[in-house]
Design a protein around this ligand. Structure first.
Ligand SMILES: Cc1cc2nc3c(=O)[nH]c(=O)nc-3n(C[C@H](O)[C@H](O)[C@H](O)COP(=O)(O)O)c2cc1C
Length: 385
């Protein structure tokens, strides 16, 4: 079973991820992981912190000579800001030092609920781990999964479809997303919408405000039969939605037609089935987003996620000082104006992990070659079914 854990605070020394269950023989390069880390840090609308951090992964176990060993893979990303925080964040006891403590919880953050739950009167003890800085570790894990998927001829892309009221005109093709989204400052494949999106971000910045949006993740080449209808927690759509919802600030997920399905009759929503000896079973439409009954059906998997506006505001919202109980403005931490482009990279990573986990669940293999052969054999079987 493929699984991972991450550890690390936002201003601690580093983030660590340990992945278990990868087959031996998978080629891995730090440069490829760093590409996705850089993308997560980029995107129009990000704050000052991203200029300090230039994430680089270090692989400290599980790989030798560029190939995985089948042992736990450990990924470490140093926090370059650590030098400025060591005095306040070190593991050793600190005495009564109150510098950089947080007493005014920010609405929209884990600060207050987490403080009450864990009995922490310095809310920094909550926000350090609740921070989306942790998603750098998840992106590193996702980059490894994308390498595995690519060997199995499964491709994945993500792109931004909406920021505030600026939206992609029409649904861009796979090719357009692949070509244009990586070059766009907002990771959008539609040039006209991109301009509007940048304007929306600038308007929010000037007002001391923040803004959210929507991104889409697509996977192509996913074999039919991942996930299952037999139990609620084995459904592929459920697992993917959970992975996307677990990204900080994601408040909704759609699969395929998603919420549009509420407004259309069945005759317009369901994807009719066709067959040809070359392709096997196929569809001409994909409202199901590649998943039927919790099982992948061989079509592109299409997921969309809604991100709320960033909750730390330059013009802070009203809050309460947890010591004095007096009304105060919420505390301010250096912050992004819009992180939808960055979240689209996290979403890509999250979906890649789930699909890689389902692949290994179905085709459990100790070596990559064994896995590749099993997937190819199965694809041939499915084509002729
Ligand atoms: C890539 C990314 C970057 C984020 N950057 C910030 C930020 O700079 N400031 C902030 O207040 N929230 C930021 N967030 C959102 C918060 O982490 C999130 O809203 C908060 O942890 C509360 O979780 P919830 O929104 O899921 O309830 C970011 C989220 C993501 C995915």
């Amino acid at each position: 079973m493929l699984r991972f854990l991450t550890g690390g605070e936002s201003h601690g020394p580093c983030l660590t991820a340990i992945i278990e269950g990868l087959p031996a023989g998978l080629p891995l390069e730090t440069e490829n992981i760093n590409y996705y880390l850089k993308k997560r840090q980029g995107g129009y609308g990000r704050g000052e912190r991203m200029k300090i951090e230039s994430d680089q992964v270090e692989i400290t176990s599980g790989v030798r000579g560029g190939l995985t060993l089948g042992s736990p893979l450990t990924l470490v990303i140093k926090n370059r800001d650590w030098a400025n925080w060591e005095e306040y964040m070190r593991a050793e006891p600190r005495g009564e030092d109150t510098k950089r403590t947080v007493k005014r919880p920010r609405p929209g953050h884990a600060d207050l609920a987490g403080g009450i739950k864990y009995r922490q009167y310095d809310l920094r003890n909550i926000l350090e781990r609740a921070s989306a800085r942790e998603t750098a570790a998840r992106v590193a894990v996702g980059a490894v999964c994308l390498s595995l998927l690519s060997v199995l001829k499964i491709e994945a892309v993500s792109h931004v479809t909406r920021i505030g009221s600026a939206e992609c005109g029409s649904v861009p093709t796979w090719e357009k997303i692949k070509e244009f989204a990586p070059l766009s400052p907002v990771y959008c494949a539609d040039r006209q919408a991109e301009e509007q999106m940048i304007k929306e971000i600038e308007t929010a910045r000037e007002a001391g405000d923040t803004i959210g949006g929507i991104f889409e993740v697509r996977l192509r080449g996913v074999p039919v039969g991942l996930g299952s209808h037999v139990h609620w927690d084995r459904r592929l759509d459920g697992s993917l939605a959970q992975a996307l919802m677990s990204i900080p600030a994601i408040k909704g997920v759609e699969v395929g037609a998603g919420f549009r399905a509420a407004f259309e009759p069945g005759s317009k929503i369901h994807d009719e089935i066709f067959y040809s000896p070359e392709k096997g079973y196929y569809r001409l439409t994909n409202s199901a987003g590649g998943i039927e009954g919790g099982i992948s059906n061989g079509e592109d998997i299409v997921l969309r996620a809604v991100m709320k506006p960033i909750p730390t505001l330059k013009k802070p919202l009203q809050s309460v000082d947890i010591e004095t109980k007096k009304s105060r403005e919420a505390s301010f931490e250096r912050s992004d104006v819009c992180a939808v482009p960055a979240a689209s990279v996290v979403g890509l990573a999250a979906a890649a992990f789930v699909v890689a986990r389902c692949i290994l669940e179905k085709f459990n293999s100790d070596h990559l070659e064994e896995l590749r052969e099993a997937v190819e054999r199965y694809r041939e079987y499915a084509r002729r079914f």
